[in-house]
Write a protein of this length. Structure first.
Ligand code: NAP
Length: 305
């Protein structure tokens, strides 16, 4: 016997990579009867309709959430407060509101004060993405075998948390629950700092003299190419991440610069043993990620594409 859908109507506010992927994944798994879609521009909304991502479309977010049992905010983290203010008066009593933002403490501070009491708030973040954005970038398997983190608050209704957990599991994701502050610290090192470093190294290359720059592109397969993929990520989304996870990013950046200074010393002093020891340690981290099923064990630097 097939399971009944988790929700009758889900409203997706924002329909880029994550919103569109959720639409595909929820429909594929039969988690929802109807999807209402809202985005701020008519252009993106029209594209979402052409791609048949929902059953109802509006640029008016308040209109889209009216009869929704579950509302998922899929906008850049800096837009969370403005969007919540727009939808709050139209939320149905008993509705669950969740989000997918890459930062949790700031998003909670932006959303929570504006919500009516009768609405349940379950902050969330799928640890899955690509460097592409917009509704065309979405695909049904994005969340498969990835992790989604939920950071419920002390007063969050447990049934609401379980419902959002079931939603992510239905989309193929594993679910982990943690405190918002801990989330922001962990993501600062696993995601935010690597993006900052990639933006920095690609920015440095972009500032090189023209003749050297052309060599950088020609010989990019030697490692640089992997940074350019990360540094091609959406500028608005990432600007907001650094504006809204400032403290945790600065803490990790401090540790990083201390370690980089030490590494600089090893190179300067020709300390081969120290370099070898560090590189041996880092190699085992990669093995751990492969063992955890979060990466495949295939050569990548030599890939043909
Ligand atoms: P995206 O593809 O760029 O889509 C963004 C959506 O938000 C679009 O519908 C866009 O509307 C709307 N939007 C942009 N700025 C807005 C604003 N100021 N006010 C209201 N709406 C606005 O972004 P995404 O990659 O799906 O990311 C959405 C959220 O998911 C972000 O909070 C991000 O932190 C989180 N996230 C992203 C990834 C990733 O790898 N990309 C992974 C995990 C979580 P218009 O197109 O109509 O302007």
């Amino acid at each position: 016997m097939t399971k009944p859908p988790l929700f009758n109507r889900v409203a997706l506010i924002g329909i880029g990579l994550i919103g569109a992927s959720l639409s595909h994944a929820m429909r594929r798994a039969g988690l929802v009867n109807e999807i209402a879609i809202s985005t701020r521009s008519q252009e993106t909304l029209d594209r979402a309709e052409e791609l048949n991502l929902g059953n109802f479309y509006s640029t008016d977010a308040g209109e889209a959430v009216k009869d929704a049992d579950c509302v998922i905010l899929c906008v850049p983290v800096g837009a969370s407060e403005a969007v919540t203010k727009k939808i709050a008066p139209h939320l149905k009593a008993g509705a669950i509101i969740t989000d997918v933002g890459s930062v949790k403490c700031s998003v909670i501070d932006q959303i929570k004060p504006h919500l009516p009491e009768a609405v349940h708030f379950v902050p969330g973040h799928p640890i899955a993405g690509t460097e592409y954005s917009g509704p065309d970038a979405g695909f049904a398997t994005l969340f498969e075998n990835r992790w989604s983190i939920l950071t419920p608050l002390e007063d969050t209704d447990q049934e609401a948390t379980q419902a959002i957990k079931a939603l992510w599991k239905g989309c193929g994701s594993n679910v982990s629950i943690m405190a918002p502050k801990h989330h922001d610290l962990v993501l600062a090192i696993t995601s935010h700092l690597p993006h900052l470093i990639a933006y920095n190294i690609v920015g440095t290359a972009a500032d090189l003299e023209d003749d050297t720059k052309s060599e950088v592109i020609k010989f990019s397969a030697s490692g640089f190419r992997d940074f350019t993929r990360i540094a091609a990520s959406d500028p608005a989304m990432w600007r907001d991440v650094f504006l809204h996870n400032r403290e945790a990013v600065l803490e990790m950046l401090n540790r990083f610069t201390t370690d980089l200074a030490e590494l600089t010393r090893y190179v300067d002093e020709g300390d081969g043993q120290a370099l070898f020891d560090l590189f041996t340690r880092t190699r085992s981290i990669r093995k751990g990620i492969i063992d955890a099923g979060q990466e495949i064990d295939a050569p990548d630097f030599g890939r043909l594409s």
